[in-house]
Design a protein around this ligand. Structure first.
Ligand code: SAM
Length: 244
C-alpha cells in the first residue's frame, strides 16, 4: 500500500533484521536512505535491489517535497544506516509532513542502540531520558549536563570513542559521581558493558579511547539529602517504623 514505512535495521548483527523489515525493504517502490552504500550492503544481504534516494541532514529540506509527492501512489521506506530512523537520525519532519498530508505512516520497529544499551547496563529503566549526542564543545556540553542534573531518570547518551573520557568527566562534574555503564559494539563480536562510577570510567578510558560505537548509561540521582532538620527527623522516624 502507498505510504511511508519507517524501517528499523540492525545495529551490527544482520540477524536482527526482522522478517517484516526485510519484506518491506524488498517490496517498497523507493527507499529513502541516509547513505546508499550502507543500505546497499543490507539489500545485498537479503538479495534484493531497490531504487534509493539519499535523505540526510544536508539534503532533507530539498528532497522532502518530492518524497511527499510520491507517497500518494508509492510505498516509500525510510531507512537509517543502522538502528531506528528518527532516533538521533533524520526523519521526524518527513513523518510530520506525511501525516499532515494525509498519507499512511507505518512503523516497523526493531534495533535501537539506546534501548539495547539500557538492557545491558543493569541500571533502573522505569524512567529514562535519551540525550542523543552531547555538544562537542566543552562549555555547551557542561551546560547540557547541568540542565539535567536534577532529573530523576536514568540518562542515555550516544558518544564516540575519542570523546568518551572527556564526556564521562563532564558528566561526573555536572551530575556528581554516579554509577554508569559504557556499552560498546552492541550485537557485534566485541559487545561489552563496563560499569563503574563516572570518574572511574573517565579514568579508565582517558589514555585508552575505545574503538567502535558507544552508548553511555548513567544512573539517576540518589535519594536527595533531606532539606532540613525536620525533614531529617521525619525521614528517620519513618525509617524506624520499618525496622523489624
Ligand atoms: N538510529 C540509531 C539507533 O536507533 O540507535 C542511532 C543513530 S546515531 C547517528 C549513531 C550512534 O548510535 C553511534 O554513534 C553510537 O553512539 C550508537 N550506536 C549505534 N550502533 C551501536 C552499537 N552497535 N553499539 C553501541 N552503540 C551504537
Amino acid at each position: 500500500d502507498p505510504g511511508l514505512y519507517i524501517v528499523a535495521t540492525p545495529i551490527g548483527n544482520l540477524g536482527d533484521l526482522s522478517p517484516r523489515a526485510a519484506d518491506i525493504l524488498s517490496r517498497a517502490d523507493l527507499l529513502a536512505v541516509e547513505d546508499s552504500r550502507v543500505t546497499a550492503g543490507l539489500l545485498r544481504h537479503i538479495g534484493v535491489k531497490r531504487p534509493m534516494q539519499p535523505y540526510h541532514d544536508h539534503n532533507a529540506d530539498q528532497v522532502r517535497p518530492a518524497l511527499l509527492a510520491r507517497l500518494a501512489t508509492e510505498a516509500v521506506a525510510l531507512v537509517s544506516d543502522a538502528g531506528t530512523p528518527l532516533i538521533s537520525d533524520p526523519g521526524y519532519k518527513l513523518v510530520r509532513d506525511a501525516r499532515a498530508a494525509g498519507h499512511m505512516v507505518v512503523t516497523i520497529p526493531g534495533p535501537c542502540a539506546a534501548v539495547a544499551a539500557l538492557t545491558l547496563a543493569g541500571l533502573p529503566t522505569d524512567r529514562f531520558l535519551f540525550m542523543g549526542f552531547l555538544p562537542a564543545k566543552e562549555k555547551a556540553r557542561a551546560d547540557a549536563v547541568a540542565e539535567v542534573a536534577t532529573v530523576r531518570a536514568t540518562l542515555v547518551l550516544y558518544e564516540s570513542g575519542p570523546r568518551l573520557s572527556a564526556c564521562l568527566s563532564a558528566l561526573a562534574t555536572g551530575l556528581g559521581d554516579r554509577e554508569a555503564a559504557v556499552t560498546r559494539e552492541i550485537t557485534k563480536r566485541f559487545e561489552e558493558a563496563v560499569t563503574g562510577t563516572l570518574s572511574a570510567l573517565a579514568a579508565r578510558y582517558e589514555n585508552a579511547p575505545p574503538k567502535g560505537e558507544i552508548v553511555i548509561v548513567v544512573a539517576p540521582p540518589g535519594d536527595p539529602a533531606p532539606a532540613s532538620m525536620e525533614d531529617a527527623d521525619a525521614a528517620l522516624a519513618e525509617a524506624l517504623t520499618r525496622l523489624p
